[in-house]
Ligand binder design. Structure first.
Ligand SMILES: [Fe+2]
Length: 279
């Protein structure tokens, strides 16, 4: 019997007693999607799965899509990417792991960003490496009225790389570069399921606000990011091996804590669920 237990924090719920193999049954899938839209983040405890099982489970939330970086795709199941973020003593840790340490939302450099992201832990370090989530509905609602007026109707440019990000991203192949031109999104978007407004921010990818000088745009983006950094909007998930976590990219940001021991394996499977154009 499925039980949805709210985290009682800024966002998040734990789904207890869910039979993962039945997640695609229409009634259950509808329940899962309602829980996602309401809580923005669902945690489903269980055992590690194969990439094919993970893809099939993810389909309860929509269409799994292949991800940009080819080298991460799981061989036989290209919709599942294998994210290895083990910290190496020689400093060769995958750069995307380090970039993920700052707040971001997945895929905003695409015209149609992913609706949701699923992460499934296969191996976790003995300590650290938790993932933190930010409720972008509550961030928007907490903004001063004057700031809400300033950003109302504004659009912003998202790029694969921007000088505003703290770190440079993983290099792309020519094919990957061709797939990632800069795109424009509204700065405030409306959740298609609930009608709630959310600030659509991504400090890793957001370059500038359309129609503003760089300095003015930088100052405003910093002010918005400062609100999102307040702990009242956050929930942290401490991983157990086999956990599935699904979050709603339409109204959240997330970051990983890179505070786990060097040399300890950290492997996640990741699936992105096809989304719709932000409005
Ligand atoms: Fe991410």
């Amino acid at each position: 019997m499925l039980e949805i237990v709210s985290s009682k924090g800024a966002l998040g719920a734990r789904l207890e007693g869910l039979d993962r193999a039945k997640a695609n049954e229409p009634e259950l899938a509808a329940t899962l999607n309602r829980a996602l839209a309401e809580h923005l983040l669902v945690v489903i405890p269980g055992d590690p799965m194969t990439p094919a099982q993970t893809r099939d489970f993810a389909a309860a939330f929509g269409k799994p899509q292949t991800q940009l970086l080819r080298y991460k795709r799981s061989g036989e199941v290209p919709e599942v990417s294998v994210m290895v973020s083990t910290l190496m003593t020689d400093g060769t840790t995958d750069k995307t792991a380090l970039r993920a340490e700052d707040w971001h939302t997945d895929d905003s450099y695409f015209a149609i960003p992913a609706k949701a992201t699923l992460l499934h832990s296969i191996e976790i370090p003995s300590q650290g490496g938790s993932t933190w989530f930010c409720n972008m509905h509550s961030v928007y609602e907490a903004l001063p009225e004057a700031t809400k007026k300033r950003i109302d109707g504004k659009r912003a440019i998202h790029g694969y790389d921007t000088p505003r990000a703290r770190n440079r991203p993983s290099p792309r192949t020519p094919a990957e570069i061709a797939e990632t031109p800069d795109v424009e999104h509204p700065l405030v978007r409306t959740h298609p399921d609930t009608g709630r407004k959310a600030l659509y921010l991504n400090p890793n990818r957001l370059d500038r606000i359309v129609g503003m000088e760089r300095a003015e745009s930088d100052a405003l983006l910093d002010e918005l990011a400062d609100e999102a950094r307040k702990p009242q909007h956050h929930f942290g998930h401490v991983w157990k091996r086999g956990d599935i976590v699904v979050w709603d990219n339409r109204a959240t940001m997330h970051r990983v804590m890179i505070d786990y021991p060097v040399g300890e394996t950290r492997i996640m499977q990741r699936v992105l669920i096809e989304g719709s154009r932000p409005v």
